[in-house]
Design a protein around this ligand. Sequence first.
Ligand code: CA2
Length: 147
Amino acid sequence: MNKTIFVLNGPNLNLLGQREPAIYGTTTLADIKEQCLAKAKSLGFEVDFRQTNFEGELVESVHQARNEACGIIINPAGYTFTSIALLDALKTFDPPKIELHISNVHARESIYHNSLVSRVATAIMIGFGARGYELAIDAMAGMVKGS
Ligand code: CA2
């Protein structure tokens, strides 16, 4: 069985820990990557962790996941609310897909309320801060193993 989980991050998340700590916390994306790798390893999985500021690159990672991943955890950031291209790409990926947001988007301004990605997500992890990534790895491992 393929045991690689793709963890995909969208625009501006490379700045995590450097700006707006009241909303996004002080953990950096490099810290989150390490936490994901360690959590996955403890469960017998591997993680391919990526961040991009470009919509097409996110779409291409989803295409690559079709051949290489047993599941996708995706924080599409701003593209969550705008990208039909990303929505269409995710529709082509059959295994589990977890949409993740660090902040509770529903407690924020209305522009953050209508996720396109939620229409095709298997499950959603919202508002757990940076810890949400580890929780999502745990949940993904369970979904892939069928437990
Ligand atoms: O809470 C999340 O994880 C979000 O996906 C983050 C996105 C926002 O558009 C979503 O509504 C919720 C924004 C990411 C911006 O990243 C920053 C990181 C550090 C400092 C400032 C912005």
